[in-house]
Write a protein that binds this ligand. Sequence first.
Ligand code: X2X
Length: 339
Amino acid sequence: MNFSRRTLLKASAAMTFVGGVAAPHVARAQQAEFTFKFANNLPDVHPLNVRAKEMAAAIKTETNGRFDLQIFPNNQLGSDTDMLSQIRSGGVEFFTLSGLILATLVPAASINGIGFAFPNYESVWKAMDGELGAYVRGEIAKANLAVMDKIWDNGFRQTTSSTKPINGPDDFKGFKIRVPVSPLWTSMFKAFDAAPASINFSEVYSALQTKVVEGQENPLALIATAKLYEVQKYCSLTNHMWDGFWFLANRRAWEKLPEDVRTIVAKNVNAAALKQRTDTEKLNATTRDDLAAKGLIINQPETGPFRDKLRQAGFYAEWKGKYGDHAWDLLEKSVGKLA
Ligand code: X2X
């Protein structure tokens, strides 16, 4: 705001007081000092957006209206690839992105997606709120992005298909599967001898509908909220990886905030992440019956043969080499020996 406009606003606020109808006018005239755009790829009804809305309201109240958070769900501002470039340029100030996709910029960020690494949520939060998460956040900071402490939950990923259920690793042979844009995803499904195609989430529904691909993989909460069951027939509970969203900020915009505002925002974002984790975990656990009622045929294959196949294909050894011993040790500290 330039000097003359600020002066004018002050003058008009003062005049309103003189006129004796202060409260409503001042409230209307009061503009947020800081307006941040938060972009993401998830449906409006997904717990991430539900908790984000609550968080935006809390931040507005606690900053006395100084900070206004505008949420753009559902790829309204473009695909993940577009939003990643916008968060870097400052076109958006906040963006939640899967660590695996962020790995196109910060290679270490995909490490939590190593196939069958995490046996359960307890081990996920221990690692991501512990040393492994701290290491990844350090790498993200080196890439000149700011990142909040608490990662948000996407969930354990399951495989859906329009052609056949996945009962074991052999069923992945030649399987045309959509994967997000990420070297780890492509590598893992190649290790299964599948035919992975990198497609942004914004295009997934139509790619499945037009049968550009046979299947895709995502947590149940997302298969439900993005209505992927409408264009898929089978759902195999492969639980092949855990995926989460880092809450990223454009560094310049973040550092420009006065410290008191920044503290309130960070506190509320991290608190919302914890609530969203609980919601999403619950939703992932309870959605199975809903999806079956919607017509998805659900099966639960054993995970052992999938792990063996990845091991035989040299998948773990290859990625250990890429991440380096330090990062791999941090992962194995939380989940036990992998390779
Ligand atoms: O693109 C996906 O499949 C999604 C929505 O799960 C991610 O953001 C990784």
